[in-house]
Design a protein around this ligand. Structure first.
Ligand code: HPA
Ligand code: ZN
Length: 343
């Protein structure tokens, strides 16, 4: 039995807990104010008259609706400093939420497809990551996603383009339109990426079926599943995920905005915890979905009635599921325990 917390106590605990964010698309942190500022300095025209008009467009019926706007917004990013400013702006915002470590997705094909050199994207993002580590003590990893609506040959080209930067890239991921683009489509390129020393993750079971989660595990050899909501429909799959202690990076506000769940009260996070799944809470594309990571913890906890123990577990899970080395991991886990004990 859970004993849910009052609103003030809940917000205070969530703010106090150190956490890692493991499912965050850097292009999805593009706040309209920064989008307009960068569009102006690059003399790129946006199809919106104002920041308010952009925000008003953020009413999505599904994943594709969102992706159309997300790719349009990203098209104003041209120079390395644009990628730097975008990344820095996220990192300072995450720092304010007591995020101590972030594992960040980027979508190189969204930029190289428009003629932006891979090196420009890398320079901008990695200079901001270095600055955050030095100035904020916020560590990070970088995960290069392949766009699954494109073909595998293009993913191979992207992996080739990344070769000079593999010292700065920790993993590969799979994002964009899920239905009709199963993990098996990218089996070979994931094999090549793993052979090059990269860890693998994949979005699966957001709009797609449990079978896509199974394919990600068995064919792509992933070390985490991004979203994974559909897994709860399949008892055998849940048992396998629990047996492997396979992390799921769950994104509650995203799930509501993209109508993966019918409302926050129907979110499966509480059930996932009860099933013993190693779930984490993340913001996905916070500029588009109405909240950063703490907002996600609070919104789902209030709606499904999570208690203090659940919240501490979620913060603990975020570090356990991270790619931090063992000593940093145990340091941060100790900080979670101490934050949990000392109001
Ligand atoms: N799902 C798939 N692709 C994405 C997402 C998402 O939630 N965000 C950015 N690209
Ligand atoms: Zn995502």
């Amino acid at each position: 039995m859970r004993s849910p917390m009052g609103a003030a106590e809940l917000a205070e605990l969530v703010a106090r807990l150190p956490k890692a964010e493991l499912h965050l698309h850097i292009e999805g942190t593009f706040e309209p104010e920064l989008m307009f500022a960068i569009a102006a300095r690059n003399r790129v025209r946006l199809p919106y008259a104002s920041v308010e008009e952009v925000r008003a467009a953020y009413a999505f019926s599904n994943l594709q609706d969102f992706l159309d706007l997300y790719y349009a917004g990203a098209s104003v990013l041209v120079e390395a400093r644009d990628f730097h400013d975008l990344t820095w702006s996220y990192l300072t915002r995450a720092h304010a939420d007591n995020v101590r470590h972030a594992e960040i997705f980027f979508d190189p094909q969204t930029h190289t497809g428009r003629g932006v050199p891979f090196a420009t994207v890398m320079d901008g993002i990695s200079s901001a990551l270095d600055e955050a580590e030095a100035r904020l003590g916020l560590s990070s990893r970088l995960i290069m996603c392949f766009l699954r609506h494109l073909d595998e040959a293009e993913a191979f080209d992207t992996l080739d383009a990344a070769a000079p930067f593999l010292d700065r890239i920790d993993g590969v991921g799979l994002d964009s339109s899920e239905r009709g683009h199963p993990p098996r489509k990218f089996r070979e390129v994931f094999g090549r990426a793993r052979a090059a020393g990269l860890s693998a993750v994949a979005h699966a079971g957001e709009e797609g079926p449990p079978e896509y989660v199974r394919e990600a595990l068995e064919l792509l050899d992933v070390v985490r599943i991004d979203h994974g909501n559909a897994a709860v429909e399949d008892d055998d799959l849940v048992a396998e995920l629990v047996r492997r202690r396979m992390p799921l990076t769950v994104c509650p506000l995203s799930n509501v905005r993209l109508r993966v769940v019918s409302g926050m009260r129907d979110h499966p996070l509480g059930r996932m915890l009860d099933l013993g799944l190693l779930v984490t809470v993340n913001s996905d594309d916070p500029a588009y979905f109405g909240g950063y990571v703490n907002d996600n913890y609070v919104a789902v906890a209030e709606a499904v009635g999570l208690d203090r123990e659940d919240l501490v577990r979620l913060a603990r899970n975020s570090f356990e599921a991270s790619w931090l080395d063992a000593s940093r991991k145990s340091e941060l886990l100790a900080e979670v325990e101490s934050a949990a004990r000392n109001p």
